[in-house]
Design a protein around this ligand. Structure first.
Ligand SMILES: *Cc1c(COP(=O)(O)O)cnc(C)c1O
Length: 442
């Protein structure tokens, strides 16, 4: 046995599982090369923005108190604006998560009497309470902002007629969610987002187009702001934090809209001028610097998982050969034992809390038990290797992240090993899938 194989064996990966994994990988070389090409492009894009804005050692320090004249904070916001090709950006540890960033972008740019419109169906779960689809204290609905949506057609395409009907004289902001999140609709490519924005602006040129960019950053060479989005919004404990940012969110876009968000985040009159960065900036800079290659690792993991489980006969979304526009992979096991074994395998691969066994629990806000695998350096970080699934039919697990490709690979092999050991997948099933895989890659 070679050194690496020995170490895999010592860490609980059986020979059959490893051989199958490596056979699957042989067929993915071209796709992995394309991902590396995108990472190379995005790495240069980030580096260029850092150099052009003269990021210096002083930028890595932080301020306290009010945070006036925080050079590092202000420069970082220029770097984000440089990468997203926007006039301005707000990048702050005071933005606590992705939902907060989105709520901020919406609440600061909408006024009583305005209407918010989603042309891509139901938004991410947590936004239902922000908007007031589910009644909630402080929602947009309570402030007299109404909401409307047009669903996607059954095949995932835009319902142009419904969008036309949905946009009216009160429509002020159009919210477009890039990633499918935990829904079954397809994730939107940047190209499709561009088409949608063009269609919307044709109907109403002055409407604000905001994109929920969560899980999408650096997956492609272009961002939604390159194709007409007025604001892009996301979380730093996903892709752009590169696994290093311990908190934070961002809004990049037209100056006026970013300014509105800043006045809401701090206070009218103060805006971007206050907000001490404390000691956090070096993690923000370094995380953003690493984000293109970290995202590439997560993407490789998602594609690897899809190929591993599809050939074993499980339904996977996106499927094994589909192009990727976000880092989320869904695998449907059809039985609770599958979801549990998968998550326990992912957990056992973690650098932190790898020794604990995740169990399903009654999570607030969910109508069934949920099991979660997360052994992360940053609590709840989903750019790190993680998985979760509700214990209800069709028993689908959602998998994402991986700070490095070797770790993502190890995690997926571990999940397969657990499924094998629990008898959910048989030795013959793996042998058959291996055979099939060797034939197609010849
Ligand atoms: C994660 C996510 C959010 C919310 O981000 P949190 O940091 O969990 O609050 C919103 N939209 C999409 C598409 C997401 O993936």
């Amino acid at each position: 046995m070679k050194d690496t194989e020995k170490l895999y064996a010592a860490m609980g990966i059986g020979e059959e599982v490893l051989a199958y994994g490596d056979a699957v990988l042989l067929g993915l070389r071209e796709r992995f090369e394309a991902i590396d090409g995108t990472a190379e492009y995005n790495q240069l894009k980030v580096l260029k923005a850092m150099q052009e804005n003269q990021v210096g050692e002083a930028c890595l320090l932080g301020t306290t108190g009010y945070g006036y004249n925080d050079l590092g904070r202000d420069t970082l916001e220029k770097v984000y604006a440089g990468v997203f090709h926007t006039q301005d950006a707000l990048v702050r540890p005071q933005i606590t998560c992705g939902t907060h960033a989105l709520a901020l972008a919406l609440m600061s740019n909408l006024r009583p009497g305005d209407e918010l419109f989603s042309p891509v169906g139901k938004p991410y779960d947590t936004l239902e309470e922000v908007i007031g689809i589910r009644p909630s204290s402080g929602s947009l609905a309570e402030y007299g902002v109404t909401y409307r949506q047009a669903n996607l057609l059954a095949d995932g395409s835009f319902d142009h007629e419904a969008i036309h009907r949905g946009i009216n004289e009160r429509t002020k902001l159009v919210a477009i969610q890039r990633s499918k999140g935990y829904q079954t609709r397809p994730t939107l490519s940047v190209e499709r987002i561009g088409e949608l924005i063009a269609f919307v602006k044709d109907i109403k040129p002055d409407v604000i187009c905001m994109v929920d960019n969560c899980y999408g950053e650096f997956v492609e060479r272009r961002e939604p702001s390159d194709v007409g989005a007025d604001m892009v919004v996301g979380s730093l404990i996903k892709n752009p934090g590169g696994g290093l940012a311990p908190i934070g969110g961002y809004i990049a876009g037209k100056r006026k809209y970013v300014e509105n968000a800043a006045y809401r985040l701090t206070s009218p009159g103060l805006g971007k001028e206050v907000g001490a960065s404390l000691g956090i900036l070096s993690a923000f800079y370094q995380g953003f610097f690493l984000a293109p290659t970290v995202t590439a690792s997560a993407l490789k993991g998602a594609i690897f998982a899809a190929n591993i489980y599809e050939a074993l006969g499980f339904s996977v979304t996106p499927d094994a050969s589909q192009d990727r526009y976000d880092i989320i992979q869904a695998v449907t096991f059809g039985a609770p034992e599958g979801v549990k074994a998968f998550c326990q395998g992912i957990q056992s691969a973690a650098p932190v809390d790898g020794h604990v066994t995740p169990e399903p629990w009654d999570m607030p806000g969910y109508d069934s038990q949920v099991i979660m695998a997360a052994g992360a350096f940053v609590s709840g970080s989903s750019i790190e290797l993680s998985a979760d699934g509700p214990l209800k039919p069709p028993y689908t697990v959602y998998f994402q992240g991986g700070l490095t490709w070797p770790h993502a690979k190890f995690g997926i092999l571990k999940s397969l090993q657990f499924l094998r050991q629990k008898g959910i997948i048989s030795e013959e099933q793996i042998a058959k899938a291996l055979e099939k895989c060797r034939k197609t890659t010849k």
